[in-house]
Ligand binder design. Structure first.
Ligand code: NAD
Length: 284
């Protein structure tokens, strides 16, 4: 199935990035969020990122204008009526995602594929919300979406071969390199990565060294391009915490318990780059 028009539900960090690469790839994009201010913020930041690409000669001005014209922002799910694929990238909460998926399914045409960008929630359990689970699967992008090449494609038990093939083809159409993974907690990358970031909070909490030195250690000693605490800030500390909680609950091994310091940051509203303050401070 050729995918020409997509819907992105949830205009936060991930939704905005997915909308950006899709419109730049020539797709019509309908970006939906419950919050009108979140939509405005998302479109403005997408526009600023395209401006930056023009200034650094990665994009010409007419292509930038055309990309912005292919983008429509809406607070109404009915605007998804004509899309070929919807990617849900809303807040990481099972009940919320199930409600969104049901609303999306009743808004789109029967041929449309519905995908979730969830980092940690079981695709099979989300599929339970749908009447057409054969058209549903996980498509997991990485942050920042325009930069990172990987996409994890996660078929559910009921995803049809056509749905999986279309998802893989769509990821390639966006210039990404997909891998297919089983519906398992954290999939592959977060199962390995997030416990490592969580461990950096334990190291910080124990006073082994400063946040700056922890990050320098992993950049210089393990060739990571970004330190674990800066990466946690980039991902969002609330997202990291909820992934740890899912790993602990679903894998049942205490080695996945979240560090109390990570929990404290989240409780205090220090969520990372998106709030201007996480482990480190940012200009917003
Ligand atoms: N942040 C990351 O690094 C990252 C990476 C990969 C996957 N993910 C996953 O992507 C999803 C989104 O994460 P994010 O970091 O972009 O979150 P975010 O907090 O930046 O944005 C979430 C958006 O969802 C919107 N929303 C909430 N309820 C909604 C509803 N009923 N309908 C429409 N929109 C609604 C919010 O208004 C907000 O704009 C999550 O499932 C997360 O696990 C995040």
């Amino acid at each position: 199935m050729k995918i020409e028009t997509i819907g992105v539900v949830g205009a936060g960090t991930m939704g905005s990035g997915i909308a950006q690469i899709a419109t730049l790839a020539g797709l019509q994009v309908i970006l939906v969020d419950v919050s009108a201010p979140a939509l405005t913020k998302s479109v403005n930041s997408l526009s600023t990122r395209l401006d930056r690409m023009v200034h650094t000669d990665q994009l010409d001005r007419p292509s930038r204008e055309a990309a912005m014209q292919r983008l429509v922002a809406s607070t109404d799910y009915r605007s998804l009526e004509g899309v070929d694929l919807v990617i849900e990238a809303a807040t990481e909460r099972t009940d919320l995602k199930m409600t969104i998926l049901r609303d999306v399914e009743s808004a789109v045409a029967p041929h449309a594929i519905i995908a979730s960008n969830t980092s940690s929630i079981s695709i099979n359990s989300l599929a339970g919300a749908l009447e057409r689970p054969d058209r549903f699967l996980g498509i997991h992008f990485f942050n920042p979406v325009p930069v990172l090449a990987l996409v994890e494609v996660i078929p559910g038990l009921q995803s049809s071969t056509g749905t999986i093939e279309s998802a893989l083809q769509w990821a390639r159409q966006l210039g990404k390199s997909p891998i297919t993974v089983l519906d398992s907690p954290g999939f592959v990358v977060n199962r390995l990565l997030i416990p490592m970031l969580n461990e950096a909070f334990f190291v910080l909490a124990e006073g082994v060294t400063t946040a700056e030195e922890i990050d320098a250690g992993m950049r210089l000693g393990a060739s990571h391009t970004i330190g674990p605490l800066a990466l946690a800030d980039l991902i969002g500390l609330d997202v990291c915490l909820s992934i740890m909680d899912v790993l602990l609950k679903d894998l049942g091994d205490p080695k996945y318990r979240a560090c109390a310091l990570l929990r404290d940051f989240v409780a205090a509203g220090r969520l990372g780059r998106k709030t201007g303050m996480g482990v480190f401070q940012y200009r917003v």
